[in-house]
Design a protein around this ligand. Structure first.
Ligand SMILES: Cc1cc2nc3c(=O)[nH]c(=O)nc-3n(C[C@H](O)[C@H](O)[C@H](O)COP(=O)(O)OP(=O)(O)OC[C@H]3O[C@@H](n4cnc5c(N)ncnc54)[C@H](O)[C@@H]3O)c2cc1C
Length: 458
C-alpha cells in the first residue's frame, strides 16, 4: 500500500466492491440496466466476480400502462453512436422507425429540416410492449431489450416491487412482499416514483428528490400505410403560440404516431388547444377523428430540476432519480449517470465520499448544462410568441435547406434543440456565433419589409 496516499490508508475495506459483493438495482428502466451492464463490465476488467439483482415492478411484455415507462421514445443520434461504441447496437425489432428529418410547423408555415450529418439517424421505439391493444409480437420494447442484455451478462431479474429499504451494520436490506435480502450496494434507478423516493430518503436522509412537472403523451393508431403517406420518416415538431407548451411533437412509430407535449403543468385544456390547432389537424387525414383512434394517453411527470445529495454510504441514485437532461434525451442522461456511478462504485468504492468525488461531477455537468437549457427554452418561449422572429427563423431555415452546405447554422441549432443530441452549452455557442445572429437579423428585417410591402400592395 502507498502510505503517502491518505485515501488508500483510510479506505474502509467494507466500503469497496470485491469478489462476492452483492448489488441491488431498484428499477429496471434504462438507468438501472445501463448501471448493471457497465458494473459487470468494469468488475470483469478488475478480475472480480460480483452478483447484481435488478428489481423491476413492471412487466414490459404487457401492452398499455402496466408495461410502459411513459416516454416519447426517441433515441438521439449521439446516444445511438455512444451505445454502439459500447457494444449495444439497437436491433431492428426494437427500432420502430429511423427518423431522417424533422418537419417544423409554425403559424408562418411548414418546412423540413434534414439531419445535419446525412449518415446520422435517430431511432423511435416503444419503452414498453406498446399502447393498449398492441399485438405486434415480433417487436421488442427498448427497456426489455436492455434487461435481456443484462440477463445475458449474468444479472438476475427479479420482477417484484421493492417496498422498503433498511440500513443495517453490514449492508442494506432490500424488502419486497415476499423476501428481504441484504446487499453491499443499492442503486436507486426508480425514475420519478415518489413512494420509492420515500424509502431512499430513509437510508439517505440528506437526499432531496428532483422537481417535476406534468407532461402529456398519447398514441394514435393510424396503420403503416397512412403513416407512410402522412408522416414518412419525419418527426413533426410544433413551435406554436400556445399557452404552457414549450414543445409539441408527433413521432411515427410502427402502426402508431406518438404525441408528446412538454411544458408547464400540461392539462386537458392545453392538450385540446394543441389538437384543435390548424397546424396539427393538417398532419392527419381529414376524414379521421384522431380522438377515436387513440387507445392510450397519460400525463407523466418529467424531471425539471436535479435531485440533491443523491448518495450516501452504499447507496447511489441515478438517471431521472438524480440528474437528467432538461426536456430532452433523458435516456442519454440515464446512460451518463449510470456509467459514472458504475465506474465510481467498482473502481473507487461505495462510500459517500467516493460518490461525491467520482460520481457527482457527472451530475454537476448535466445540471450546469440544464441551466443553459433553461435559458434556451426561455428564449424559445419568447420566439414562440413573436410572429416577427418566427418569420425570420422560418425564412432562414427554408434558405439553408435549399443549399448543399455544411453551414446550416439555424437548422442544426433547431435539430439539436429538438433531439437533445448536443449539450445546451454547445447549442448556445452556435446561436451566439456572429454568422447566425447576422443571418437571423437580416432575415427578420427582410421579413418585416416584405410584410409591409404586401400590406401596401393590398
Ligand atoms: C413525456 C415524456 C417524453 C419523453 N421523451 C423522451 C424521449 O423521446 N427520449 C428520451 O431520451 N427521453 C425522453 N423522456 C425522458 C425519459 O423517459 C427518462 O429520462 C428515462 O426514462 C429515465 O430513465 P430511468 O431509468 O432513470 O427511469 P425510468 O425509465 O422511469 O425507470 C424507472 C423504473 O423503476 C421502476 N421502479 C420504480 N420504483 C420501483 C420499486 N419500488 N420497485 C421496483 N421497481 C421500481 C419503474 O417501474 C421503472 O421501470 C421523456 C419523458 C417524458 C415524461
Amino acid at each position: 500500500m502507498d502510505n503517502n496516499n491518505p485515501i488508500e490508508v483510510t479506505k474502509d475495506k467494507s466500503l469497496i466492491i470485491e469478489n462476492g459483493s452483492k448489488i441491488a438495482v431498484i428499477g429496471g428502466g434504462p438507468s438501472g440496466s445501463f448501471f448493471a451492464y457497465f458494473a459487470l463490465d468494469f468488475a470483469e476488467r478488475m478480475g472480480i466476480e460480483i452478483q447484481i439483482d435488478i428489481y423491476e415492478a413492471k412487466n414490459f411484455h404487457v401492452a398499455g400502462p402496466a408495461g410502459c415507462n411513459h416516454c416519447g421514445g426517441i433515441v438521439s443520434e449521439s446516444l445511438v453512436q455512444a451505445l454502439s461504441a459500447e457494444g449495444i447496437v439497437l436491433p431492428s425489432n426494437v427500432i420502430r422507425r429511423g427518423i431522417k428529418s424533422y418537419t417544423m410547423h409554425m403559424e408562418q408555415g411548414t418546412t423540413v429540416i434534414e439531419t445535419p450529418l446525412r449518415e446520422q439517424r435517430i431511432a423511435s421505439m416503444f419503452r414498453g410492449f406498446g399502447p393498449l391493444g398492441a399485438d405486434d409480437v415480433d417487436s421488442v420494447s427498448f427497456d426489455n431489450y436492455l434487461l435481456q442484455l443484462c440477463e445475458k451478462k449474468g444479472v438476475s431479474l427479479i420482477y417484484e416491487k421493492v417496498i422498503d429499504l433498511e440500513r443495517t451494520e453490514v449492508g442494506i436490506d432490500v424488502q419486497t412482499k415476499t423476501n428481504s435480502v441484504s446487499y453491499d450496494l443499492v442503486i436507486g434507478s426508480v425514475g420519478l416514483n415518489p413512494r420509492s423516493f420515500s424509502f431512499f430518503k430513509k437510508i439517505t436522509p440528506a437526499f432531496i428528490p428532483p422537481e417535476t412537472t406534468k407532461t402529456y403523451i398519447c398514441e394514435f393508431k393510424l396503420g403503416h400505410e397512412l403513416i407512410n403517406q402522412y408522416f414518412g420518416n419525419s418527426m413533426h415538431v410544433f413551435l406554436l403560440n400556445l399557452k404552457n407548451i414549450k414543445f409539441g411533437a408527433l413521432i411515427p412509430k410502427g402502426h402508431y404516431v406518438t404525441l408528446v407535449l412538454l411544458g408547464n403543468q400540461i392539462d386537458k385544456e392545453i392538450v385540446d388547444s394543441f389538437l384543435n390547432s390548424d397546424a396539427v389537424k393538417k398532419c392527419f387525414p381529414k376524414e379521421i377523428d384522431i380522438r377515436e383512434i387513440s387507445p392510450c394517453q397519460c400525463f407523466p411527470s418529467i424531471n425539471v430540476k436535479n435531485a440533491r445529495y443523491a448518495f450516501s454510504d452504499r447507496v447511489v441514485l441515478i438517471g431521472d432519480s438524480a440528474s437528467s437532461k432538461l426536456y430532452k434525451n433523458g435516456i442519454g442522461a440515464a446512460y451518463i449517470t449510470a456509467k459514472a456511478a458504475a465506474k465510481a462504485a467498482i473502481f473507487n468504492g461505495v462510500s459517500e465520499s467516493d460518490f461525491q468525488k467520482y460520481y457527482q461531477p457527472a451530475c454537476t455537468r448535466l445540471n450546469r448544462d440544464n441551466s443553459i437549457g433553461k435559458l434556451i427554452f426561455m428564449v424559445t418561449t419568447i420566439i414562440q410568441k413573436s410572429a416577427v422572429l418566427k418569420r425570420g427563423i422560418f425564412s432562414m431555415v427554408v434558405k439553408e435547406q435549399q443549399k448543399e452546405t455544411d453551414k446550416r447554422r439555424m437548422s442544426s441549432v433547431l435539430w439539436d434543440t429538438f433531439t437533445g443530441s448536443a449539450p445546451y452549452t454547445d447549442i448556445l455557442m452556435r446561436v451566439l456565433h456572429p454568422a447566425t445572429l447576422i443571418s437571423l437579423i437580416t432575415n427578420t428585417i427582410k421579413g418585416i419589409f416584405n410584410l409591409n410591402n404586401s400590406k401596401n400592395d393590398k
